[in-house]
Design a protein around this ligand. Sequence first.
Ligand code: GDP
Length: 325
Amino acid sequence: MPRRNVDQAAIDDLVERTRASEPRAVARLISLVENDSPQLRAVAAALAPHAGHAQVVGLTGAPGVGKSTTTSALVAALRSADKTVAVLAVDPSSPFSGGALLGDRVRMQDHALDKEVYIRSMASRGHLGGLAWATPQALRVLDAAGCDVVLVETVGVGQSELEIASLADTTLVLMAPGMGDGIQAAKAGILEVADVFVVNKADRDGAQQTVRDLRYMQSLGGRFDEPGHWRPPIVKTVASREQDNGIDEVLEKIEAHREWLESSGEGHGRRTERAAREIEAIAVASLRERLGDVHGSAALGTLAEKVVAGETDPFSAADDLVAQL
Ligand code: GDP
């Protein structure tokens, strides 16, 4: 199959160039995995040996809390520290793929010319559905490209906070004073997923109260005080300020969390759990596809007749069908 060979050679070439951090190769590979292209499997296989370097940092929080401002400030700080950074802006509500969003993200353009910073926005609803599908593949590409840190930021409103957390090694939960965020966060289960709390807009009244609220809610949890546990620190920031903005402290906490992930074994545990869920999602999608082929098939027709005739029940019939796959 000569065509297949050409594809494979092209993919190997893209992976090589990605490993050399060539932005166009990175972009091309992300498009290939994002669009669930026929080459997806070959790309995933070619990337597999090059994984495990990048620290994936998720940013989550209500719209307007300062996620994109904070992302931009973190990029600047990481670049000053000579780290290679990528930003994945994920829009869970957008059915469209591609970089259209980037045009709106003006502040990010400060960094767009820096070849060590890779910025990409992606729609998350592939036909297999959900953030859980496309984003990990894009993360693998960025990992292979040698990124030290990949910031994953949600754009727009969505129920994606918990999904983001499940993708990240380190999850930053952003809050701002006066948004009633503490209580909302407790309700949404966000307190459990936070590795670092960032109280942004600390130049506004009420920041200290937000910090107190968070401390109080943490004290109700209790378990953080057990030895070996990570107690999510609370950092105040003014992300919109150029200097003395608290961002360096956020970076310190991110680094401390990385060290804890390694020393406690929790990092390996999280990655393994993530891989397990990914395999599961792919397996379910593939089963569904095969069931789709079955739909209208003779085997299904026969089983349906039997159920109607009372010769079998739908559960036994489903077992039969799955066994035939
Ligand atoms: P996102 O929707 O969470 O990404 O929030 P943005 O980063 O777009 O910020 C929303 C608004 O808050 C923008 O107008 C920012 O300039 C402003 N903002 C961000 N950080 C701060 C801060 O620390 N202090 C103040 N006063 N405004 C901020």
